[in-house]
Ligand binder design. Structure first.
Ligand code: FAD
Length: 474
């Protein structure tokens, strides 16, 4: 047994330190196509204090560690680099407190999103973050990536749903910021540093989350439209007249066709249209909300904004309409090795960008599939392109898309993060002054560079590049 294993077992106990080949293989990578590596050791701490103690040991021994939530990330951030130890938060999944009066819940970071949703819904409350990976992704991972998903147009991103947080720093210090109120102006809101920083500044161990009263009524409609421009007009109309609007998911025709093929789904309309939009409302009044939705859609039909509409007649029917959009998980697997993009674009640039990219990519890579879809209300466009057997071709696609995003004034990641797969393109969205400040923050909070090293930014000058171990603090 190595000194490292010995020290970790002394802190965490035998059952939380594994070198079993099956366990290591199960933690060798996330959902991205970043090269997989088995970690040297798998740690599964049971308590927030265990996380802090383990980090203290790892810093002392200058051992690099990768933090792992549900491993559904699409940026390679949780994929181990050679020689790294992996720390999985899977056992840290308790619900610690549920304020049923104020509508807040205190959970440990390893709780799966879907478990949280179901737990609060059983008691009349609602946690609005929702994404296709809900069954596996963890609340801590959602916070670390500042996840978005399907309901941002109404409820905001993960950052907007977090009231408080506890973080274990690389040296084992525990930063407790378990605020439970919406308004708090007592100095710098430090938790914001950790939200969306993809685990490079600290390990999130506990969170206080804001809940909404559970909606009792949901309406879903699928619309066929003649153009992207028509979709922007529909969105404006829905926003103006429908406060219950909770999702506005756009799918271009090629995405829809691929979803039907891959998911074995029937065509929703008799004829094909260039663009489809999935609309959802969440509220409390069955009759008035359904009537309001139908009125806006009738207006949209009369005014040639929408070509055709299906309004779901039951929960099962709504599920069938969502199935086109939810096929994305199967498409991700089907098109591997793929380039998966989650760019942010000003709405006014989106149509031009999509048209240009379709033209360039289909001319340059005619054998590959290029699918466009997105959360239009949030300016978040997805492009799924693959399969690419050749890494150089994949790299070329990334360069074409990210340079196009920069030219359109967008950002290279709107929800999945930078991780390792977008790192070399970060300069297209962030100035050197911004990146330098990120490096300084990293150096301050993790001076030995043990935590999620070489993700997001390269920590130039902070440590050597030796696999697995980090140098002493400067
Ligand atoms: P992981 O993949 O394990 O980790 C992600 C990053 O966070 C890594 O850098 C990791 O080191 C870090 N991390 C994890 N836990 C912690 C912690 N406790 N403390 C500090 N750092 C931590 N994302 C969206 O935003 N919107 C979507 O609509 C969406 N849809 C998806 C659909 C599918 C089918 C799939 C596979 C993925 C989708 N994703 C989406 C991406 C992914 O689910 C999110 O990024 C999710 O938030 C990752 O959570 P996780 O627990 O799986 O994190």
């Amino acid at each position: 047994m190595t000194d490292l294993q010995h020290s970790l077992i002394a802190q965490l106990g035998d059952s939380c330190v594994s070198i079993d080949a099956g366990n290591l293989e199960a933690h060798a990578g996330d959902w991205s196509d970043a090269p997989r590596h088995r970690p040297s050791i798998l740690l599964t701490p049971r308590t927030p204090a265990d996380v802090a103690h383990a980090l203290g040991v790892l810093t002392k021994l200058r051992q690099k560690v990768v933090v792992q939530g549900g491993l559904t990330g699409l940026a390679g951030g949780a994929t181990p680099q050679p020689g790294e130890v992996a720390m999985s938060l899977a056992k840290l999944n308790a619900i610690e407190d549920f304020d049923r009066i104020g509508g807040t819940i205190t959970v440990q970071a390893g709780l799966a999103l879907e478990q949280l949703q179901q737990h609060v819904e059983a008691e009349g409350w609602f946690f609005p973050l929702d994404l296709g990976a809900r069954g596996s992704c963890q609340i801590g991972g959602n916070a670390a990536t500042n996840a978005g998903g399907n309901r941002v147009v109404r409820f905001g991103v993960m950052r907007d749903l977090i009231l408080g947080m506890e973080v274990a720093l690389a040296d084992g210090t525990v930063l407790t910021m378990m605020n439970k109120v919406t308004k708090n102006t007592t100095g710098i809101d430090l938790k914001q540093l950790f939200i969306g920083s993809e685990g490079i500044l600290g390990v999130i161990t506990r969170l206080v989350l804001k809940l909404e009263p559970k909606p009792t009524v949901s309406n879903t409609a699928l619309c066929a439209l003649g153009s992207f421009e028509a979709a922007t007009r529909l969105l404006k109309e829905l926003r103006r007249r429908l406060p219950a609007l909770s999702s506005f998911e756009l799918m271009w025709d090629d995405f829809m066709s691929a979803a039907m093929r891959t998911g074995g789904l029937k065509a929703p309309f008799a004829t094909r249209s260039p663009v489809y939009v999935l609309v959802e409302t969440l509220g409390a009044s069955e009759e008035s909300e359904r009537r309001a939705l139908e009125e806006v859609l009738a207006f949209a039909l009369e005014n040639d904004i929408v070509d055709d509409v299906i309004v779901a007649q039951s929960i099962e029917h709504a599920r069938q309409l969502w199935a086109y959009r939810e096929t994305v998980g199967e498409l991700l697997s089907h098109l591997k090795p793929h380039a998966a993009f989650d760019v942010g674009l000003p709405m006014i640039e989106t149509d031009r960008f999509v048209t240009a990219m379709k033209e360039i990519l289909s001319a340059r890579f005619p054998q590959q599939t290029h699918l466009f879809f997105g959360h239009l209300g949030d300016g978040n466009l997805h492009l799924l392109s693959g399969p690419y057997a050749d890494a150089a071709a994949m790299h070329e696609v990334e360069r074409i898309v990210y340079e196009g995003v920069q030219a359109a004034g967008g950002c290279i990641s709107a929800e999945h993060g930078i991780g390792v797969v977008k790192q070399e393109f970060l300069h297209l969205s962030r100035s050197s002054a911004e990146t330098e400040l990120m490096r300084k923050l990293k150096g301050l909070l993790d001076p030995c560079g043990i935590l999620n090293d070489s993700r997001v930014i390269r920590e130039q000058g902070l440590h050597d590049s030796g696999a697995g171990s980090a140098s002493a603090p400067h």
